[in-house]
Write a protein that binds this ligand. Sequence first.
Ligand code: CTP
Ligand code: MG
Length: 398
Amino acid sequence: MSIAPVLRVGIIVVAAGSGTRLAAGQPKAFVGIDDRTILHHALAGIFASPPAQVVIVAPAGREDDARGVARAVADASTDRVAVVTGGSTRQASVAAGLAALSPGVETVLVHDAARALTPPAVFERVIAAVESGSTGVVPVLPVVDTIKRVDGAEIVGVVDRSELAAAQTPQGFRRDILDAAYRAATAEFTDDAALVADAGHIVAVVAGDARAFKITTADDLDRARRLLAADESGPAADQHPPLPRVGIGTDVHAFGGDGALWLAGLEWPGEPALSGHSDGDAVAHAIVDALLAAACLGDIGTHFGTDHREYAGAHAETFLARTTDLLAEAGWRIGNVSVQVQANRPRFAARRLEAEAALSAALGGAPVSVSATTTDGLGFTGRGEGVAAHAVALLLPV
Ligand code: CTP
Ligand code: MG
């Protein structure tokens, strides 16, 4: 027999409203945002928060549906879920939830299911504030609009915006204080913080979150749908920090050009030249391709093709510096570059460090390693017809 751990936090999710203003033909908690309901999304946020007893307050007659949603969200955790029937006002629904809390619960959060996209971090902030001594805590957002006091059709005064904050849920309380305040309440309050403040307790604030907005009208439901669609399709950047990216690049040039050999950003007097639109520096070109590939910015032909006459005869430095700029514009910096040359000549051993320094300088100081190999007489490099280079690059988000 397993003994369930004593949960010191309880979260009451009020979901018993009818959703009159949304007017979606059924209680708001069971209206779909995407292929999942408002209640499903609300519970997903709660089960991603620190472990708590969860009391779902459901509309009369929809208790089994609420249980089904809880099972779908967190099958393994349903032993810490209770479902109770709501009342005719939000306050009555919260009272019904309070009555179902387990004995060990000391911190109570009251949350509107209608704030379906509230991030777990908000729950964490509220729990932490109550556990570190606040009697009551409300997540708030600053008010951005200029607020006017009106009388009928006329403005009769301004309100200092810095004194205002928009209250959200989950609102957190010491359980004994919330219980006592509810027992003593004789009026209807707009939220639990107002009820607790009326009982004479101080209520503190923590930062809320724009995603904790309440779905009240059809416009709000559209906003929730857009946010979820953006989560799906948009760059994961909204939710997760961007990851480093790798890219690969290859280039080949044949010997037979005019003038001196240029390779790995260095001039090699006395060596046969490579042919190409620019200087034929296969090492630099492979690096450019690897960098552009990692950033999904196309390839060398996209930015430096033969139609770009300004690059005719240009050396590595020009290509690499321009590539570094393109990456920076796209939000990337270079982690490192590793490049390997396959060629019988030139012999790299004596100038490897010099080549690495030249390439690194052209890439704004990013580390570059150059290795060189022959191919045992095999293939076009083995026959001395040309040079091949393969590069791998790592990019880091700026
Ligand atoms: N709520 C509740 N019991 C009630 C009324 C409201 O549990 N008798 C809950 C709602 O389900 C919602 C939260 O309190 O999660 C905030 O209420 P609101 O946004 O006003 O929801 P509804 O009352 O359902 O909507 P409306 O006022 O448009 O009818
Ligand atoms: Mg309501």
